[in-house]
Design a protein around this ligand. Sequence first.
Ligand code: GLC
Length: 443
Amino acid sequence: MDAFSKNDSAVFARRVLSVNDRGTHVIPAKGLYPHQWFWDSCFIAIGLRHHDLPRAKKNLLSLKNGQWKNGMIPNIIFYGLDERSRHVKTWDSSRNPYSPKHFRTSGITQPPMLAEAVWRVGEKMTTKERKEFFTDMYDSLVKYHEWMYRERDPHGEGLVLLVHPWESGTDNAPHWMRELHLNQAPVWVRIVDGLGIEKAIDILRPDSRLGVAISERASSIDELLLFSIQRRLRRKRYDIHAILRHAHLAIEDLAFNSILVRANERLLQIAKVLKKEVPAELLTSIHKTPHALELLWDGHDRQYYSRNFTTHELINEPTIGTLLPLYAGSIKKYRATELVRLMKNKRQFWSEFPLCTVPKTSSYYSSKRYWQGPAWLNTNWLVIDGLRRYGFTAEADTLRDRSLLMVEQAGMREYFNPQTGQGLGADDFSWTAALYLDLLQDA
Ligand code: GLC
């Protein structure tokens, strides 16, 4: 495959971030993702900070529009849509008394990348500007981290639980899909599955009508399941007590909690710059999480897994989350070394265009299907960062170079075939563009 030069690709990347700009925020992609998404905005700001600091700031400040009064930051914020819009109706966030009055949002969150993004954007500012920006974001950050522990860590163990795979940002990852199919598939989804009419549903899907190949997305049965779980959350008005009372599947997601460890560290750094004390109760929880992450280690398989919140059983389905304790930065060096060995294993995560988001040995592996195999730039970015923290510089450089090449060949696509580098999913995808620009900085 021919590749564009780094200069040309950087121009394309900046163009994508302009085309997708909606004033206060940059959308992930036209068509498929026309609203503001939480962790997308964080990655977008991390890339934008290199050439347009005001826009980088706006992408983070605008997330406060959607923050709920209880501190939750939703994964989607809708702009300019009224109550009749299908998207707004699907979520109907106003059912929950804490949802914001002036903005309609979803009712669930996404991985807590905000403190990292605030920190990185701040790095590019003068001392005075940085303090002002940190001050603008600080209360929201504290409220958000307090919410995670208060609502999503009912046992006070230090691990945050998720109630929908969309909260993990890796929508159809195997550990979620396995548990959902085993425990939560409603009768009507089982019937549809049994009737074998998936092909008919494929045609009706909105993503199919937007021109994205269904073979590159979550399967229709999985999508039906995801929507049925979302409807259940809506029925419970996004009230966590009601949700957990009804044997709802909850998972202590490895990727999310690894990101949380790092986010907590960033929050403490931000507090230090502002000479503020993080509230004592929050601080106690923050100190628990790195130890709690060790509860997810499987001594037999010698890797970390996500855990079923109710049964406390590890869900032994490896995913890209397997490698994210590197990004957490709290694990021991010898554990990090074991993870790097897994990462470099060509039968597992390594490939021509790494990283596979599910190892090739998994029965879920597919080179095209969304979060079940393809390489994504954001998870590569997280792993590259983790490798550097543990001193695996050569591995970090190689992964960065392969990631850059993948984008230079295929363009700003949503994800990539890890074997051929072929671009998949949405085109002109913002976080690919933003993180391309960020990775280019140290190339
Ligand atoms: C998909 C991804 C999710 C992302 C969203 C918007 O749902 O799985 O991580 O935030 O698209 O880009």
